[in-house]
Structure formats: structure tokens, C-alpha cells
Design a protein around this ligand. Structure first.
Ligand code: 5GP
Length: 139
């Protein structure tokens, strides 16, 4: 398990200023310093782990309990038409700060942000085999 003392831990401890929007026992939320749109908010666990699957289930659940509520507040405050929730794990996936974080990114029509990835169709047999392997790992 990673135990990265990143800039986000320093924000939680109050060593670096940030615009806090929510805090409880396990969760901290604050405005992104380089927002993709007005209201871009980061929701993070207080535990300093880099990857989502390293987070204990109850602390992941603590984020799940408030994520929608924070998103609703952000959307209402900035008058967004929708929002993306983005959560990057690993440098190859675009993660820069090695402390779990959920981006809430308010969206507006024609905001130019985009999001489309190049999905490719795959044979059903390949999906069935993969689902078998995953179920085996999850059982
Ligand atoms: P990632 O690319 O790791 O998913 O996103 C990291 C996010 O953290 C970026 O959106 C970046 O703007 C934000 N960020 C990095 N350093 C700071 C900081 O010191 N304060 C705040 N509020 N946000 C930060």
C-alpha cells in the first residue's frame, strides 16, 4: 500500500492554503487550483493512499456517501447543466497527485472540454471469458 505524503495531505493539515468546501472524519473537499470549469472540486479521503483500491472499504464508502451531495451543491452554486466525476489511478491514467481524488467537473453546453474516448467493439466470446476471470477474482 502506498503512503504518499503529497501536497493534498499538506492541504488537509492546513499547511498549504486551499478553499475547503466540505470536511468530515474521513473526507475532505476543496476547489481545484487550476479548474477545468467554474466549481471544479476535488473530493479526497483523509487517508494518504494513491490508488482507489488501496482505500479501506469504509473510507471509500464515506466518500460515496457525500460525493453526490457535494456534486449537487457545486452544480447548484455555479448553475451547471451537468458534471463529470473523474478519478484517475496511476500516471498512465493521468494521475499527477498520488493521493486518491475525485474530480467534480461542472459542465455547460459547448464548454469545449470534451470527454470522448475511442471505444472499440469486441467479440462476445472475449467478453464472456474476461467476465469469467473477473468473477473468479471477485468470488
Ligand atoms: P490528477 O491529474 O492527479 O487527477 O489531478 C490533480 C489535480 O490537483 C489537478 O486538477 C490540479 O489542478 C490539482 N492540484 C494540484 N496541486 C494543487 C494544489 O496545491 N491545490 C489545489 N487546490 N489543487 C491542486
Amino acid at each position: 500500500m502506498s503512503d504518499a505524503d503529497t501536497i493534498f495531505s499538506r492541504i488537509i493539515r492546513g499547511e498549504i492554503p486551499a478553499h475547503r468546501v466540505y470536511e468530515d472524519q474521513h473526507v475532505f473537499a476543496f476547489l481545484d487550483i487550476n479548474p477545468l470549469s467554474e466549481g471544479h472540486t476535488l473530493v479526497i479521503p483523509k487517508r494518504p493512499v494513491a490508488l482507489l483500491h488501496e482505500l479501506p472499504a469504509d473510507e471509500a464508502a464515506a466518500i460515496g456517501r457525500v460525493l453526490g451531495r457535494i456534486a449537487a451543491a457545486v452544480v447548484e452554486a455555479v448553475g451547471a447543466a451537468g458534471y463529470n466525476v473523474l478519478q484517475n489511478n496511476g500516471a498512465v491514467a493521468g494521475q499527477v497527485v498520488d493521493h486518491v481524488h475525485f474530480h467534480i467537473i461542472p459542465r455547460a453546453a459547448d464548454d469545449g472540454l470534451g470527454y470522448r474516448w475511442n471505444a472499440q467493439p469486441v467479440e462476445s466470446d472475449a467478453l464472456a471469458a474476461l467476465a469469467d476471470r473477473l468473477r473468479a477474482r471477485l468470488s
